[in-house]
Design a protein around this ligand. Sequence first.
Ligand code: C2E
Ligand code: MG
Ligand code: MG
Ligand code: MG
Length: 279
Amino acid sequence: MAKKQSDHRFVYYDPNMERATEQRIEMTHALRKAYADEALCVWYQPQIDLANREVIGLEALLRWPQADGSMIGPDVFIPVAEYSGLIIELGEWVLNQACLMLKRLEHAGHRNLRIAVNVSMPQFRQTEFPAQVARHLKYHGVNPQQIELEITESVIMDEPDTVVNVLRKLKTLGVQIALDDFGTGFSSLNYLRQLPLDRIKVDRSFVQALDRPSGAIIAETIVRLGQRLKLHTIAEGIETERQELLMRAMNCAEAQGFLYAKPLPADELMAFLAKCPKP
Ligand code: C2E
Ligand code: MG
Ligand code: MG
Ligand code: MG
């Protein structure tokens, strides 16, 4: 028996598929419950200026703590949340948390940090998404420049025209837009030119391959492309001094990675920032 998938490819029936569907439904219920119980949390990973290692921003990353103290990572539950549409509520909640965090940072004297929030396709598809973002910014009295929305190439190529339109509306609000995991998808360079982007994020896979010619060439090409398009570039997943050195030599201006800090719970982040020099 052939089953039709949403992307119009046909796959042959596999008994494991039913089990996978069951697991997905179970996880959706558990995730919805965790959200309702306010059990989810947002951790923040610092982003730094490669010239001086000062913290210039943070990326908000969802976490799902389990009763046994372990953590289910977003790579596992975000696809489930996207499939079920739950990501629409979760994403709005993360944005709200990011706005609250900006206020907390401001009170602690960190006035110029930006917070990047990941946005999924189902959120973009809602026509009210830009209005929703505007409402949160206004409610919290947040400077729009301090919010960055991260989208991936797959989001763009899914429905390029919708995304270009939505991004243009978002830009009029004053928020920043970053293209996440750049180089791992199939974005057409033509769209890259049309999109109102502020920043591209060099994917961790290229940073990790910097010691191989292929990795170094790709990373350098992405950084150059960013420069030519007058975009900021940030290297993801910097873990070693050597990777930092190589990215800095390419004139990549910003970085994020375990070398500087892992994603941190809110209180740990505040303690981390208190020890950092303020830009
Ligand atoms: P991403 O947006 O590309 O986020 C960066 C991921 O790289 C994070 O994984 C971060 O912990 C990890 N990372 C950062 N530096 C290093 C490093 O030096 N080494 C290694 N090995 N990893 C590093 P995380 O938190 O597990 O998130 C995975 C993905 O889940 C994110 O990838 C993003 O696509 C998605 N995600 C997370 N939170 C949200 C959210 O609130 N909404 C949506 N739509 N997606 C989210
Ligand atoms: Mg991201
Ligand atoms: Mg990324
Ligand atoms: Mg990713």
